[in-house]
Write a protein that binds this ligand. Structure first.
Ligand code: FES
Length: 109
């Protein structure tokens, strides 16, 4: 199990236990968290699952690939910071202890 802390747009925090294989977009939807839409169903096409990764303990995330970077630059901001990620592209892996993700959708970035 990996503990995922979401920081919502109002600053409140929600802790959710996640299983290996779950991604941060679907996990947020399954728990009815505001600010994550997942309009493309996790196909790395829409940018409506945008989060800022604030910290990772244990196994680290892989760097975002070219497609994810293109969507972030097109749909979020050309100058988005490196911790700007698409939740659907972040899958919980063995050895990840915890992840803190700030929900930052298109309207408040
Ligand atoms: S759900 Fe569309 S890019 Fe993640």
């Amino acid at each position: 199990m990996t503990t995922v802390k979401y920081i919502l747009e109002d600053g409140s925090e929600v802790l959710i236990e996640a299983d290996v294989g779950q991604n941060l977009m679907q996990l947020a939807l399954d728990n009815n968290l505001a600010g994550i839409e997942g309009a493309c169903g996790g196909s790395c096409m829409c940018g409506t699952c945008h989060v800022l990764i604030e910290s990772v303990k244990g196994k680290q995330l892989e760097e975002r690939d070219e497609m994810e970077t293109v969507i972030i630059e097109m749909e979020i901001d050309e100058l988005a910071p490196i911790n700007s990620r698409l939740g659907c592209q972040i899958t919980i892996q063995e050895g990840m202890e915890s992840i803190t993700a700030r929900i930052a959708n298109l309207s408040n970035f």
